[in-house]
Ligand binder design. Sequence first.
Ligand SMILES: *Cc1c(COP(=O)(O)O)cnc(C)c1O
Length: 356
Amino acid sequence: MLNIRIEKTTTPKELPSKDNPLRFGTIFTDHMFIMNYDEGKGWHDARIVPYQPLNLEPSAMVFHYGQEMFEGLKAYKTEDGRTLLFRPDKNIERANRSNQRLCIPEIDPDDFMDALKAIVEMDEAWIPTKEGTSLYIRPFVIATDPFLGVRPSSSYLFIIILSPVGAYYPEGLDPVKIWVEDEYVRAVKGGIGAVKTGGNYVASMKSQVKAHDEGYSQVLWLDGVHRKYIEEVGAMNIFFKIDGTIVTPELSGSILPGVTRASVLELCKEWGLPVKEERISIDEIYEAHKKGHLEEVFGTGTAAVISPVGQLRWDKHIMTIQGGGIGPISQKLYDTITGIQLGRIKDIHNWTVEVK
Ligand SMILES: *Cc1c(COP(=O)(O)O)cnc(C)c1O
């Protein structure tokens, strides 16, 4: 059991009102978890303290070379009052794979789990219960050596903050419009595309802004070499239903291996749908659409769970999918996954972990 020192806030904030839309990532709870790493000492001094600004030197390495890792998962309140996390073991595993790639010291998985449970339990009252809401959990590690040379830092902070959230996209489960990016690229094989780190996001902002200006909510990335093969959407993996088959790009090394993606693949296989993880080009998608075979497109990720895509724009081509509505598989996946997360559907896979 991780030994966590607890310092409770003496000035608790007011909980958001029932009708607050909880715009994604704008409200933070009363407390945060922090743990330090120092070379020779390892991870130490785990504590829960009031949510507060950090005190860092301007020379802290994270500000200059971006050595940081983050994760994203959610806690849900069930109707019978239990608090559930969805597949936190997967996030912990991925965090340590990210840490390895980014030269950040790994965190003991049991300590990580203890920290998650402890901070969520502390601010349990902040878990919203209205349909479509949850408590978003953001664990992250930053490099803190005050040093401008380039090498892995020898000191770090591991922090977990919590944010009650509503729908990720203002559209909710309404279909989103997606811009296929064929100018900029996000990641290449051998790079850091498969790890969750800020660098991938700053690389994506330029085209995100361009897509927004054109009235699209997200960007669909093509591979960094040929700008031809489908990779993923900004913060989601992407699925297509083509002529009855569920297709998603294989994990090529430049795509983030999503927990939601893995869950969707398992469910589709269980439902007896033909499923393929393979390299697929934007030309093939366009051809399928022309023939009337592109039946559904949806993104998968913790924030939005399932996000139906109503329109894809590639160069001059505008592809409308499901008449701009939600497809039956997208809807069934959303209902099933959120049903498991909220404890409404029997969790036969043991995907949920109860806090406490
Ligand atoms: C987090 C993330 C996803 C989705 O992963 P989940 O584990 O399903 O939340 C997809 N793509 C990118 C780039 C991400 O950062």
